[in-house]
Design a protein around this ligand. Sequence first.
Ligand SMILES: Cc1ncc(COP(=O)(O)O)c(C=O)c1O
Length: 402
Amino acid sequence: MIKRERGEIELARRARFTSVSPTVAMAQAADARRQRGLEVIDLTIGEPDQPTPRHIVAAAECALRKGWTRYTSAAGLGELRAAVARRYNDDHALALDPDETMICCGGKHALYLVCQAILDRGDEVIVPSPHWPSFEQAVRLAGARPVIVRAEERKSFHVSARMIARAIGTRTRAVILNSPANPTSAVIAEEELLAIARVARRRRLVVLYDDAYARLIYGKTESAPYRRLRETLGERLVILGTASKTYCMTGWRIGWVLGSRSIVAACVALASHSTQCPTTFAQVGAIQALAGPQAQVHQMAKEYLRRRDAVLPALRAIPGVECVEPEGGFYLFPNVKAYVGARPGATVDFARLLLDRIGVGVVPGEAFGAPGHLRISFARPTAETLEGVSRMKTLLRQLGAS
Ligand SMILES: Cc1ncc(COP(=O)(O)O)c(C=O)c1O
């Protein structure tokens, strides 16, 4: 909660009860340490360490030189909307009309817009947990109530149709799915996803499907069965996508909403009164990302798999630390309860200790509704992540298991 100093203007309720995302806050703490000239192994980071591929940068540079510096339509450049639609069609045989797509300022913005577009005060939204903090906050900012349902660690944090069905009440409007998930890196299996879709159709829920990490999957499942989901859910399926992770474009702020004409039109209207449009030359770069060669995406996924396979055993070798194998994305989510316990706040203190004593930045599980866990990003060079894990091991040994 944001505190007001004496004499300061009173903030609106929604602002008072919203604070900077805890993942961002921890990254800021690591950054502050770096600014003081101290060394940091920053494993808080939720973004690829590679630069944006050159052909994408070149397209945006060229656009700037050619004067692509004006507003675009609030729905985004037509060519980019078409490129997004073509990508989903080529990759997933999902046919989308242009007015079922809109371009916005990143996946976070897509989530925010859709929540504003479909939720009213008193509505409830099911959020499987451990969960990305913005899911909960975007629901709250729309005046609705997140209903947190826990995925069990002993079931590798897999989200099931049963756990969703049990949480549905008379006010439930939507369910948020995220696969691979941040922070657990769990992937929802195809049959389970379809079972969730059937439940959602029966109970007339909207499924908000966040596919930010969808191109980084390491197991048998290649991608979500979008076409079959759409067949089951029709207009009740909304895909929230982003160029951030797939194309190493986190700072470009390009995302998209794919859904029914009415939901997309509402998002466009909301954007037209707030951001207007994502940066025009960034949109031109994104056309190259989506329509251009995809080889770098596959190489990146292979590289992350190598990193996962190097770091996971080192983490599991720490006595008392358990860690579910990431099935996608680039996060490890070890359980350190043997050392810090499960008291809410204990892992926040521990993460601070890690940063202050040994210069290792990680995000405490409290940020994701899961005290006793740490989120460790392996979107860093392997040697650096391994050094971070090794320092953590030394510190844990000194602390001893509780
Ligand atoms: C699950 C999930 N969805 C969406 C995003 C949004 O990314 P962006 O706003 O950069 O597109 C993130 C970023 O960390 C994420 O973890």
